[in-house]
Write a new protein. Structure first.
Lengths: 172, 391
């Protein structure tokens, strides 16, 4: 049952993003390849903006609070989702071309490449939640650092909980 | 025919093999010996100016390759010997009666001579491929950053390949070891780069929005399987060796990662958490749906398909640490190779489908899947992770 709800939500978000994208640009063939356009798992990311990345000097990484996750999970819980409102507000009110980069991280447990995937999935979950609240998809990028750059270098439950996170970078 | 007869003679003395002291133990620290099915082989000191180095290198290869227990000359049905002179090695293997089984001349440096002689001994006496000299790659943190290194399969001949002071991870060697693909963060995002190891040229070949990672070369080197998240979710993709023609294979709400190709290139095994915890799936390289591989374990990641196609090595998570497991595709049985609490990570098969390398803390290890014997190959390059082995 939760899966069905999830599917429905994503299909709607995906359809919305696709129709928005279609309005914004007349030519809607963003990527090469043999995709059939059926983005059942989400909406595609917009092209990266040159010179904008999470670690760039033109990016403020402390403006918004990180979102935290349970072990091996990428679900944004209710209390964590409450942190997203100000971000949506910022994105939709910011003048010019302010970009948001969501960076996903994991704790040190888990193998390297799986953690990279899990970190990206966390960033994408946060992105989907932002889109659901009406954020402008064309301003959001995602990245994953897996278990690199822990917020807390410790090897205990408290440190792991602080490291399972998505951080936000916004261009200044 | 000759080979078969000689091998039969050698195998008829299994007790000698088990009881014989293991020469070369000082060079290759041994952790576990749970069983031994090796053949006793004598090694006489190689004569000549480079003799000592050659003897040591040949003994190291023969010990690591697992088919032989190396003993003193004359204490086994067959004995290898050699003479080094004028920059070349005359290698020879003779049986008890003095009949020559192998006689060949080797040129090049002492490294190349020892590799070629050891491989000839393995191939002549066992009919199996010798893997001495094959190349591996891995991540090391000696410099304080994650950089990529290549080495021979025995941990010698180490070369640092990246010097970016950034994050360089998830290496994959092309068939024959001519190219190195990896995940690099030079642009602030995870992208897939390929280094031509001959020319040293580097290209960023997969750079879609989101995260691009986990490259694995197809057996003929013409394609790369990887994870790409441009669709709003990390999915399994196949791209050309130059990064073009991206083709998506999976569509799930979960995380697809760590692809590894079947030897004929028709299928890919990967890890996905679409059903909860990460599990192994196999999928046709041309598309379709992923099929769950039942392993009996709840958390399975980082699969490696053996070059003979019969086995898949992977990591299982048990009690907070990782162990190396091998799934036999014929019987469906899963066997754990590494010890409990070892935290052995990222197993990768060697070209002989018998040996694996894995990472554990600051060590890179070689394990013989037939004997469960582990040898530490490298312990001086900082934290080691994500080893891979060229086929």
């Amino acid at each position: 049952m939760p899966n069905l709800l999830y599917f429905t939500r994503y299909a709607l978000v995906g359809a919305l993003a696709l129709s928005l994208g279609a309005c914004a640009t007349t030519k809607k063939k963003q990527y090469a390849g043999t995709d059939d356009g059926d983005y059942i798992t989400g909406s595609p990311l917009p092209d990266r903006v040159d010179g904008v990345s999470f670690l760039g000097e033109n990016v403020d990484r402390h403006r918004f609070e990180p979102v935290y996750f349970a072990f091996d999970s990428y679900d944004v819980s209710g209390s964590e989702a409450a942190k997203l409102g100000p971000i949506v507000q910022f994105l939709n009110s910011a003048r010019g071309s302010s970009q948001l980069i969501i960076a996903g991280f994991t704790d040190e447990r888990g193998t390297e490449e799986y953690n990279r995937g899990l970190g990206e999935r966390r960033a994408q979950s946060v992105r989907a939640a932002l889109l659901e609240q009406g954020a402008d998809a064309s301003r959001i990028q995602t990245t994953s650092f897996g278990k690199e750059m822990p917020a807390d270098p410790g090897s205990n439950e408290a440190a792991w909980a602080r490291n399972r996170r998505a951080e936000f970078g916004v261009t200044r | 025919m000759l080979r078969t007869l000689l091998l039969a003679a050698a195998l008829s003395l299994p007790t000698a093999a088990v009881l014989a002291p293991r020469a070369g133990a000082a060079e290759t620290p041994t952790i576990t010996i749970s069983k031994s099915d090796s053949i006793a082989l004598g090694l006489a000191p190689i004569s000549g100016p480079d003799g000592a180095a050659l003897t040591q290198a040949v003994r190291r290869h023969l010990s690591l390759l697992g088919y032989f227990s190396v003993v003193e000359a004359g204490k086994a049905p067959m004995t290898a010997s050699g003479a080094s002179s004028g920059g070349s090695l005359q290698g020879k293997v003779a049986d008890y009666s003095g009949s020559t089984v192998l006689q060949r001349s080797y040129s090049g440096g002492t490294r190349e001579q020892a590799i070629a002689f050891a491989n000839d001994i393995v191939e002549t006496l066992t009919g199996k491929p010798g893997i001495a000299g094959s190349r591996i790659a891995f991540v090391g943190t000696r410099t304080g950053k994650k950089e990529l290194y290549t080495a021979d399969y025995d941990g010698t001949n180490v070369k640092q390949m990246t010097h970016d002071g950034n994050i360089s991870v998830a290496p994959a060697l092309a068939p024959g070891g001519r190219k190195l693909a990896y995940t690099g963060y030079l642009k602030g995002y995870a992208d897939i780069y390929v280094i031509d190891l001959g020319s040293g040229s580097r290209q960023r070949i997969v750079k879609f929005p989101g995260t691009n990672s986990g490259a694995a070369f197809s057996p003929n080197g013409s394609q790369i399987a990887c994870s790409i998240s441009r669709d709003g979710n990390p999915e399994l993709y196949v791209v050309g060796a130059n990064g073009g023609g991206a083709r998506r294979l999976t569509k799930t709400r979960g995380v697809e990662s760590s692809p590894s190709w079947s030897p004929d290139g028709s299928e890919i095994v990967y890890s996905s958490d679409q059903g909860g915890g990460p599990q192994l799936y196999r999928i046709s390289a041309s598309g379709g749906s992923g099929r769950l591989l039942s392993t009996g374990f709840g958390y399975c990641t980082e699969p490696s398909w053996s070059p003979d196609g019969k086995k898949i090595a992977f990591n299982v998570r048990q009690g907070g640490s990782f162990r190396v497991a091998v799934l036999d595709l014929g019987s469906g049985a899963t066997r754990i190779l590494s010890g409990a609490g070892d935290d052995a990570r990222d197993p990768a098969w060697g070209p002989d489908s018998r040996h694996l390398i894995y990472a554990k803390g600051n060590g890179l290890y070689l394990i013989d899947s037939q004997t469960n014997r582990s040898s530490r190959l490298i312990d001086n390059l900082g934290g080691i992770s994500e080893p891979t082995w060229a086929r």
